[in-house]
Design a protein around this ligand. Structure first.
Ligand SMILES: Cc1cc2nc3c(=O)[nH]c(=O)nc-3n(C[C@H](O)[C@H](O)[C@H](O)COP(=O)(O)OP(=O)(O)OC[C@H]3O[C@@H](n4cnc5c(N)ncnc54)[C@H](O)[C@@H]3O)c2cc1C
Length: 376
């Protein structure tokens, strides 16, 4: 049986970005995905935003570290533009000025261009905001829309070209380490061997850990639902900023000529092919109509995806403290697309035993603060 260097379980953005980085370094990689295509779960269901102002400190540091990758991907990575500017407007009602001030204080001075705006200035930028409901805003001028599919396909294509084996319809059902290598069994009965096993199984990371004999990290998958709807006639939303409520109870953004809305729900559930509840969509419509002049008659599409967190809200990157050569790339929460370039850079340095890349260190990435051992 051939023994590969690294076997990655899960071909969402996390697994694909790591496969690309390892293959670029001449490392033998196999990327396994249970579904018939890569990116079918959280990765294919995101809101596609890049906001350095969004997420806990280590996620924000990894996001900043990955920014130059998205703006100027390596030659040959893609023919598409991966990111296009889309400012983000964090809005508050008149009685939420304390929350807005705290947000502004937390974000200013962090390397991201942020401005504190009055309610009238916010409405001038996003003309469908209801003026009487908006007390003020914080504007993140460094936000971007991401082309998630182009990014995922770039990672997969580049990994394959550099020699990685990409397999779909390949579910890992068990894994054992014999002191030297991992032997992994697929649902088909086939077995594979690898020196390092990477757990990039998204909402299923604890299930996979149990299949490999590792202690779970306490992953909590949370359902978030979203919908698209038509913009008002005679209005072109393409240049509008994204808008998100300061306590994250709804958001709204232009999306391919339409508008995308969400109740920003975070409903605990089990790892599964999650679907939107009718109540989620109704709640999103209600909250957006309350804060804007928009009237949403019928969504053109609805969906839901899982955002998976551990208890401190930070990402998990690093070798398991107990099992040899068992690597976690997990708990990306609601930031796994924007943080993927930085997170995979940190993961590859640890798997190959390199020192941390200067791009990460300069942004304040701290390996211990994201390591699985902090959760014990
Ligand atoms: C509504 C919504 C909006 C979001 N908006 C944003 C945003 O604007 N910006 C942002 O950066 N992030 C956003 N996110 C978060 C982002 O989508 C996730 O953090 C990211 O996609 C996680 O990627 P992943 O590769 O870890 O997981 P996934 O994409 O879920 O991939 C994990 C894969 O592992 C596979 N797998 C599991 N178990 C096995 C097994 N035993 N064998 C083989 N394969 C297995 C699964 O089939 C799955 O394909 C959003 C998420 C949602 C739901």
């Amino acid at each position: 049986m051939n023994t590969t260097d690294t076997l990655i379980v899960g071909a969402g953005m996390a697994g694909a970005s790591l496969a690309w980085r390892l293959a670029q370094r001449g490392h033998a990689v196999t990327l396994l995905e249970r579904e018939s295509q890569q990116g079918a779960h959280s990765t294919g269901r995101s809101a596609a935003m890049f906001m350095e102002s969004y997420g806990p400190p280590q996620v924000r540091a990894l996001t900043r570290a990955g920014r130059s990758f998205y703006l100027q991907p390596p030659a040959g990575f893609t023919d598409d533009v991966l990111v296009s500017p889309r400012a983000a407007l964090i809005v508050g009602r008149p009685e939420q000025s304390t929350e807005l001030e705290a947000t502004w204080a937390a974000l200013s001075g962090g390397g991201t261009r942020v401005r504190r705006l009055s309610g009238a200035e916010a409405v001038a930028l996003l003309p469908v905001l209801a003026p009487e409901q908006i007390g003020g805003a914080v504007l993140d001028e460094d936000g971007y829309d991401m082309d998630v599919n182009a990014l995922l396909q770039g990672f997969l294509r580049g990994a394959r070209t550099a020699g990685a084996q990409l397999r779909v319809g390949a579910e890992v059902v068990s894994a054992r380490h014999d002191g030297a290598v991992w032997t992994v069994q697929l649902a088909s009965g086939e077995t594979l061997q690898a020196r390092t096993l990477v757990n990039a199984a998204g909402a299923w990371v604890d299930e996979l850990a149990q299949r490999a004999g590792a202690r779970p990290i306490g992953i909590e998958p949370l359902r978030r639902s979203a919908f698209t709807f038509r913009a008002p006639e005679h209005m072109d939303p393409s240049g509008w900023p994204m808008a998100i409520d300061v306590d994250e109870s709804w958001y709204l953004k232009p999306d391919a000529g339409q508008l995308l809305g969400s109740p920003a729900n975070a409903d605990p559930t089990t790892p599964h092919d999650v679907q939107p509840e009718e109540l989620d969509i109704a709640t999103g419509i209600y909250r957006i109509e309350e804060m804007t002049t928009l009237r949403i008659h019928r969504p053109t599409a609805t969906w839901a995806g899982l955002r998976s967190f551990v208890h401190d809200g930070e990402i998990v990157i690093g070798f398991d403290a107990q099992l040899p050569r068992f690597f976690w790339l997990a708990a990306q929460g609601g930031y796994g697309i924007q943080s993927a370039a930085g997170a995979s850079l940190l993961a590859v340095s640890q798997i190959l035993g390199d020192v941390m890349a200067p791009d990460l260190a300069v942004q304040g990435v701290n390996a211990q603060a994201v390591s699985p051992s902090r959760l014990r």
